[in-house]
Design a protein around this ligand. Structure first.
Ligand SMILES: Cc1cc2nc3c(=O)[nH]c(=O)nc-3n(C[C@H](O)[C@H](O)[C@H](O)COP(=O)(O)OP(=O)(O)OC[C@H]3O[C@@H](n4cnc5c(N)ncnc54)[C@H](O)[C@@H]3O)c2cc1C
Length: 400
């Protein structure tokens, strides 16, 4: 039975997060306002984050880890909080209803601890996972290549076993946090014959340290957000110890997919929080801004837009919670996570567009966060599987 009551422990986490955001994150956002209002101020000439802004994000991440929030999605056996997926939906919502500032560093994303790393053997888990859990190190999830984005049957990166090492050759692109990561989780073909025959087998996941010989950060990918977050990774005869294999050799693709399912739910939950933030700010503006002698919220077109936003947001929430609830029961959520990711990113895109419209000229000004969230919402329809790939997954589940 689906239970709509928010569990008490989740309410406690949300209250704690709210207080952390108010007491500690908000004052920092005030201090770093100039970076938050204009992304260009955050970047150096090469497109990398300037040290001062990076330090602000690091500070929020570490403090969140100290308070037990950053790694709360990880199992208790490795020092995490063991929080359920339903709990994480509420946590993401709580963090992102705060807006789009330094709060982005409160909960772990691709730079943080992921269940994928539980596939490491005990000594490597200790070495790589522990500093991530404390927010002291960061990582990245390196799957996409110039010729393999949606089409993951076309990976070109190869890893060849030579004694106690693998030798990696290839290139990854658009990798979030690649420029700063202390180590990367890299997916490479180890059995080309099996990969060619079966598509998803013969791929292995590795931990590759930043200082490994032959590991190079390529160019920064300048995007619509221009936030210095994505970069290329290049491997040239890069030597990786055999004990750095994550999980089973040749099964890396399946491990990647299970993590991507969770990533899709996280994005969907983030959209709920940002959607709530946009709606609240838009309603406030519609109540106070006047045109033609009355608040704009009394004009039918504006009322209609905000009513649609409220209904779509509510529908999105039910979809995400249902998927998370199924996950917590141990059910497969391939279809549900695709539906949640597709619907919620579409929903956020529409809500952001309306928030811009309701704010008129101010909506596109950098002083307000709406144009930036609008750009972010556009990007979310591409990452962790495009709109079309989500719909492909849903269509397959219909037997098409
Ligand atoms: C901001 C950002 C952050 C990212 N972070 C990471 C990261 O941390 N790690 C990582 O590994 N990757 C990351 N990526 C890469 C991302 O996962 C890919 O960009 C995405 O999967 C799409 O792949 P592509 O860019 O190669 O587009 P393509 O696969 O070339 O797609 C081009 C178009 O064709 C459509 N298309 C493709 N196949 C089909 C099909 N079968 N049916 C219908 N339409 C189809 C797509 O939907 C799209 O519209 C990131 C990308 C961005 C933009």
């Amino acid at each position: 039975m689906v239970d709509f009551a928010v569990p008490e422990e989740v309410q406690l986490i949300c209250r704690g997060l709210r207080s952390f955001l108010e007491r500690e994150v908000k004052p920092l956002e005030e201090r770093y306002k100039r970076y938050l209002e204009d992304e260009r101020a955050r970047l150096d000439e090469e497109g990398r984050l300037v040290p001062e802004f990076k330090a602000a994000l690091d500070r929020v991440r570490r403090r969140s880890a100290e308070l037990g929030y950053y790694a709360m999605h990880m199992p208790t056996e490795v020092g995490g909080g063991g929080v359920s997926r339903v709990g994480m939906v509420y946590a993401f919502k709580e963090v992102f209803r705060h807006g789009f500032g330094l709060n982005v560093a409160v909960l772990a994303g691709p730079e943080g601890p992921s269940p994928l790393l539980l596939g490491l053997k005990a000594p490597q888990r200790e070495k790589f996972l522990k500093p991530l859990m404390r927010g002291e190190a960061t990582t990245c999830f390196a799957l996409t290549e110039p010729e393999a984005g949606s089409d993951l049957k076309n990976l070109q990166t190869r890893a060849e076993k030579r004694g106690s090492y693998y030798v990696l050759n290839g290139m990854k692109t658009f990798i979030t946090n690649a420029a700063d990561a202390d180590f990367a989780q890299v997916f490479a073909v180890t059995d080309p014959k099996r990969y060619k025959e079966h598509g998803y087998e013969g791929v292995t996941a590795f931990v590759v340290e930043r200082d490994a010989p032959g590991y190079k950060v390529g160019k920064i990918n300048r995007s619509l957000l221009d936030d210095g977050a994505q970069a290329e990774l290049i491997f040239e005869n890069c030597k990786v110890p055999a004990e750095h294999v994550i999980g089973q050799e040749g099964r890396g693709f399946y491990a990647a997919m299970s993590w991507i399912g969770i990533g899709r739910l996280n994005i969907a939950a983030m959209c709920l929080g940002l959607g709530e933030y946009l709606l609240k700010r838009s309603v406030e503006y519609a109540q106070t801004r006047t045109a033609f002698g009355r608040p704009i919220g009394k004009h039918q077109h504006i009322r209609g837009m905000l009513a649609e936003s409220a209904a779509e947001l509510s529908a999105a929430e039910q979809l995400v919670l249902h998927a998370a609830w199924k996950f917590d029961r141990g059910d497969p959520i391939v279809k549900e996570s695709a539906m949640a990711k597709w619907f919620c990113t579409q929903m956020l895109f529409r809500l952001a567009d309306r928030a811009v419209q309701v704010h008129g000229g101010m909506g596109v000004m950098k002083e307000l966060p709406f144009e930036r969230i609008f750009r972010f919402a556009r990007v979310l329809r591409i990452v962790e599987g495009t709109d079309e790939i989500q719909k492909e997954t849903i269509a397959k589940s219909l037997g098409l």
